[in-house]
Ligand binder design. Structure first.
Ligand SMILES: [Zn+2]
Length: 173
């Protein structure tokens, strides 16, 4: 718990009125930064993300080489953070197209995974099995490469959440 309190160190002022925040207990007796002027409370929660598992008819897995931190230059499933206006499924469809050029549909929900993030401390990822229904495979703006990999020759996959989803469907051990 104390580890998690440190995450408030970087937040000093109310985003509504600019007053210095004070750490005190809310109604549920959980300590959070409060604004003594306007009453705004800073809630920090796991950041939600969606990841796409796309396997083609040769049983190859779609992976992207990441351009950006964390894990720049390493391989991962197409994935991204859920925007305020998106459902987890909508985010998965949008990220797949942004990162790989492929248009996809959700086949099924695989699982969720609570992970660690060096940037946001905690993430909550949703994994979806998807199928390709259109588009042309091409790496998008935040990917260096987008490739279907043979199951026997997969590179290391950098996120535990993505490894978890692939294990859950018995694609990797
Ligand atoms: Zn305020």
């Amino acid at each position: 718990m104390d580890d998690f309190k440190q995450m408030y160190d970087e937040v000093n002022n109310c985003i509504r009125c600019g007053t210095r925040l004070i750490l005190k207990e809310d109604r549920e007796h959980k300590e959070r930064p409060h604004c003594p002027n306007c009453g705004w409370i800073y809630y920090k929660n796991p950041i939600p993300a969606s990841a796409c598992v796309v396997i083609n008819n040769k049983n190859e897995l779609l992976l992207v080489k990441r351009k950006l931190a964390p894990h720049a230059g390493e391989w991962a499933l197409p994935s991204g953070y859920i925007e305020l206006w998106q459902s987890p499924e909508e985010c998965a469809v949008a990220e797949l197209e942004e990162e790989t050029g492929l248009v996809g549909e959700i086949v099924s929900f695989i699982d969720f995974y609570t992970g660690y993030s060096p940037i946001y401390l905690r993430t909550l990822s949703f994994g979806f099995l998807m199928k390709e229904v259109g588009g042309i495979l091409q790496a998008g703006d935040d990917a260096l490469e987008a490739v279907f990999y043979n199951q026997e020759e997969l590179p290391d996959i950098c996120f535990w959440s993505h490894q978890h989803f692939l294990r859950k469907i018995n694609y990797i051990k």
